[in-house]
Structure formats: structure tokens, C-alpha cells
Design a protein around this ligand. Structure first.
Ligand SMILES: Nc1nc2c(ncn2[C@@H]2O[C@H](COP(=O)(O)OP(=O)(O)OP(=O)(O)O)[C@@H](O)[C@H]2O)c(=O)[nH]1
Ligand SMILES: [Mg+2]
Length: 499
């Protein structure tokens, strides 16, 4: 009780002293400022305003420095580049070169550019028939090129790859019709194959057989967003009355409008490819025979729409096609970069984990209090950030490691227990020595740290210390459980090597 009163008295005195010092300082500064101002008033006006200007300049500079050093985070270069899709050949080629130098496998993206070059050389216009399975894409091609050997079947998924068929338009210039697998089928990878081929084409003929499903609407929206010249083809119109057809056409136009796309009325057509029909015929001897018949086709409006589009398109089709392919190549590059990052981050985490294990086994590790702030933690953080195009300030790295370190303390008993259990799963190593358990525990912590860092880098594109440390804390038990076999094996290898 006495002590309490004493502390309160000291505090009270301290407050009074600080108060007086503050008043004194305020008076002193005010006096100095007024003195300076009086003298400035006596001097020429240029000196006065020059002085004020210099003061303001200093304050602005101080604010700027605080902002640069403590507040601003750099936007990673990779993010900036992704925000602006590369639309020129030079841009995409430069990006490919950079990525290749960094070790990314750019072959898929390069293949797109090679295919484009081959098509440019060969000339011709590519029209791609795209749509859900069994809407009659192959049948439409067969109706346009009767001599073509096109696979058509009542069972969906009859087209399993990409094929081109030669067709000539009214002016005799070469037109290639591309048949692709229908989307929404069961076989994996076919949707992607079809969409990529649609991106490579000059014009997409989007085939449906009635009102659009949600998936079809999304696909049309996507193609319009890619700036693909489009004709919406409602096939199998023979199944509807004239009134029904008109209602469906109206609905289709409205759907395109709702998507915010623009598609002129003459680019939405109703046709009938005909398709094949099984007819049961009774022979002279009374035997029933199934005959395959061709329904008559009615595709005149489609041919008109295609010709009109080829004649009237304002922007040259070649330019738009090239842009779409550059974009496709860029998408493939992003995928390759992602793949590369996954592999490389795995390597970085593994190396750091190994170093932590080795350090612990050699008993040079500085104990549980500063497990991760040291050299290995810093290097791993720097390398992972660099891999994800983030350029963190040293302060951020320090903050992240400090915050994470404080979380390690809480989970260390758990980590040690998991490490001990993990070792038991490997028979024949005899009694598990404490050193080995610690080595596995350190390794597990690094492994978890690296993985949670990768997760947040993917999400934010930069090192956000608090978010990354939070992810580490929340995910640590999961990461530790997942990594225990891997890290235990690594520790045992190292121990065997050392022994
Ligand atoms: N009634 C009617 N049936 C049609 C028409 N066009 C095609 N069909 C039938 O629809 C079925 C599918 O035709 P396909 O040409 O194989 O359809 P697809 O879109 O190429 O199918 P996938 O390659 O599997 O995606 C077949 O049974 C055709 O006979 C049409 O205009 N009217
Ligand atoms: Mg087909």
C-alpha cells in the first residue's frame, strides 16, 4: 500500500516536470520563431519568402522520407506486368526471354507463337465451331463441306481433337473450318483444348441448340471479353416451330445484351445442319432394317453471316487474331511461371530446412529463443520473396521473422512432440536422442514457415509481415503434420551423413 502511494507520487511529480519542460520548450520555440520572423520582416521580402519556402520544403521532404522508408510497399513488377496484358509481339517476346533466362520452361508459350507464324505464312482465315457437346458443330461442318470425313454421333463427345477442313467462300479466298471437341463433356482437358483453339481462330462460330445454359452464357461472355469476332449459331432449328424459333432468337439477343457484349442482330442466326437420322424400314420379306438418313440442311443464313463478317469487319481480322494469340501465349507463360515457382519454392524451403537441421545436429543452432530470425530464416524469406517478384524492405523481413518467432515459442512443445512421434515411425533408429528430436523440430518449423510465406506471397504478391506471420501461426500445426515424414527423413539422412 505504501509502495503504491510512493509510485503515484513519483508519477505525479514526473508529470509536473514533463509539463514544465513542455511549456518551456514551447515558449523557447515560439520566442525563437518570433525573433526569426521579426528579423525576416526587416529584411528583403525575397529572403522572407525564401525562408518560408525552405521550411515547407524540409517538412515535405521529412514526410516523404517517412513514407518511403516506413509506409510505402513496392508494387511487385510481376503484378504490374500482369495488370496490363501484353498485346504486342515485342512485349510478349521480351517477357518470354526474361522468363527463359530465369529458368522457366517457356516452350508451351513459344509453341503458340510458332503456330501463329506458321498460320500467318500459310494465310487463310480460320473459323472455329465452338460450343457444348452434341450441339451439332461437326454436323455444320459436314453441311458446309459435304465431302469431308467428319465424325458425327448422337452420343456426345464424338469429336476428341482439333481438325481443320478446307472450305472456300464466295470470293474464292481460303477459309479453314475448325472442328473442336464440345465443352461440358466428361473427358478431362477437352474444354481447355477447345477454348485455346477458339482463341487461335479469326472468328468463332458459337453453336448452341436452344436458349443458352449458364455455362454457355459464361463462355460467350468470355469470348466477347477476349474481343473475338463471334457469330451465335442456334442449330437444330428444325425441332422448333417458327414462333418458337423467333422467341429463342429474341432471348439469345437479350442474353448477349445482358452480358454487356455487343452482337449485331445479323450475327445471331438460326440454322439446321440436318444431322443424321435413324429410320426403321421394313424390307420386302418383312424384316426390319435400320437405315441412317441425312436430314436436309438449312444453313443459308449462316453462310451469309460469315461472308458479311469477313467483308465488313472494321478492324482487320488478322490483327485481332494475332492479339488473341499473344494473350494466349501470355496466359501459358503465366502458367509456366507458376509451375516454376512451385518447383523452385519447394527447393528453397527444402534447402533452408536442411540447413536448419544440419545446424541443430552440429549444435551450432542458437537455441529455441532465436530459431528463425537468424541467417537461414532471412535468406529463405529473401529468396522466396524474390521468386514471387516481391521486393520487401529489410524492415519487413525483420518484422515478419520477429512476429513468427514469437509464435514459435507457443507451438514448440507441440512441434517437439510431433517430431518425436515422427521419428518413432522410422524403425531401426534405436532410442531417439534429444538432439535428433530438436533437429527435426527445427526443420519442421522452417518447413512450415516457408510454406505459409509462399501462401501469402501468392495471395498478396508482396511480403505483408503481419498477414504472413498470421498465416504461419494459423497453419503451423497443419504444415507440421504434413511435413513430418519429409523432414524426419531429411534429418535422418543428414545424421547418417554426419555419422
Ligand atoms: N434435329 C437435328 N439434329 C441435329 C442437327 N445437327 C446435328 N444433329 C444431331 O445432333 C447430334 C450431335 O451432332 P454432332 O455434329 O456430332 O455434334 P457435335 O457438336 O459435333 O458434338 P461433339 O463433337 O460431341 O461435341 C447428332 O445426332 C446429329 O445427328 C440438326 O440440325 N437437327
Ligand atoms: Mg463434333
Amino acid at each position: 500500500m505504501k509502495l503504491d502511494k510512493f509510485i503515484r507520487t513519483v508519477l505525479g511529480l514526473a508529470i509536473v516536470v514533463v509539463f514544465f519542460i513542455a511549456i518551456g520548450a514551447l515558449l523557447f520555440f515560439t520566442q525563437t520563431a518570433l525573433n526569426v520572423w521579426d528579423r525576416l520582416l526587416e529584411g528583403p521580402w525575397i529572403l522572407r519568402w525564401g525562408y518560408v519556402g525552405a521550411m515547407i520544403g524540409l517538412v515535405v521532404l521529412a514526410i516523404y522520407l517517412v513514407w518511403v522508408l516506413l509506409i510505402r510497399r513496392k508494387t511487385p513488377a510481376a503484378k504490374k506486368a500482369a495488370a496490363r496484358p501484353p498485346l504486342s509481339r515485342d512485349e510478349i517476346e521480351a517477357r518470354l526471354r526474361d522468363a527463359e533466362t530465369a529458368g522457366v520452361d517457356v516452350s508451351e508459350a513459344q509453341r503458340e507463337l510458332q503456330e501463329l507464324a506458321a498460320r500467318q505464312q500459310a494465310g487463310g482465315i480460320h473459323l472455329c465451331f465452338f460450343g457444348e457437346i452434341s450441339t451439332g458443330k461437326s454436323s455444320l461442318i459436314k453441311a458446309l463441306v459435304p465431302e469431308a470425313n467428319v465424325a458425327i454421333d448422337v452420343v456426345g463427345g464424338s469429336t476428341g481433337d482439333v481438325r481443320h477442313y478446307r472450305w472456300r467462300d464466295s470470293e474464292g479466298s481460303e477459309i479453314l473450318l475448325t472442328d473442336v471437341p464440345g465443352t461440358g463433356g466428361h473427358e478431362e482437358g477437352l474444354d481447355e483444348m477447345a477454348l485455346e483453339e477458339a482463341q487461335r481462330a479469326h472468328v468463332v462460330l458459337f453453336v448452341c441448340d436452344g436458349d443458352l445454359t449458364r455455362a454457355e452464357s459464361q463462355a460467350v461472355g468470355h469470348l466477347l471479353a477476349l474481343d473475338k469476332p463471334l457469330v451465335l449459331v442456334m442449330n437444330k432449328s428444325d425441332r422448333f416451330t417458327v414462333e418458337e424459333q423467333a422467341a429463342i432468337m429474341q432471348k439469345l439477343l437479350q442474353r448477349v445484351d445482358d452480358m454487356g457484349g455487343s452482337l449485331e442482330r445479323d450475327k445471331v442466326v438460326a440454322v439446321s445442319a440436318g444431322g443424321e437420322l435413324d429410320v426403321v424400314q421394313r424390307g420386302e420379306n418383312g424384316e426390319e432394317q435400320v437405315m441412317r438418313r441425312q436430314r436436309p440442311a438449312d444453313i443459308g443464313v449462316l453462310v451469309v453471316a460469315i461472308n458479311r463478317l469477313l467483308e465488313n469487319e472494321a478492324q482487320p481480322l488478322d490483327v485481332r487474331r494475332d492479339r488473341a494469340v499473344f494473350r494466349l501465349a501470355a496466359e501459358k507463360l503465366v502458367e509456366a511461371e507458376e509451375e516454376y515457382r512451385v518447383q523452385r519454392s519447394e527447393q528453397i524451403i527444402r534447402n533452408s530446412t536442411r540447413k536448419a537441421v544440419i545446424g541443430s545436429l552440429a549444435a551450432v543452432s542458437p537455441g529455441t529463443d532465436v530459431i528463425i530470425q537468424g541467417y537461414i530464416g532471412t535468406t529463405m524469406t529473401q529468396e522466396l520473396c524474390k521468386l514471387y517478384g516481391a521486393a520487401p524492405r529489410d524492415l519487413d523481413i525483420e518484422e515478419f521473422l520477429d512476429l513468427s518467432q514469437s509464435r514459435v515459442g507457443k507451438t514448440l512443445p507441440l512441434t517437439l512432440a510431433v517430431a518425436g512421434n515422427g521419428l518413432k515411425a522410422f524403425p531401426g533408429i534405436g532410442t531417439v536422442a534429444g538432439g535428433l528430436v530438436h533437429a527435426v523440430a527445427y526443420g519442421l518449423i522452417f518447413d512450415a514457415l516457408g510454406r505459409s510465406l509462399v501462401l501469402t506471397l501468392k495471395q498478396h504478391g508482396q511480403l505483408v509481415p503481419k498477414a504472413a506471420a498470421k498465416e504461419f501461426e494459423e497453419g503451423i500445426s497443419e504444415h507440421i503434420e504434413a511435413g513430418v515424414r519429409r523432414v524426419t527423413r531429411l534429418a535422418l539422412e543428414e545424421k547418417a551423413d554426419a555419422g
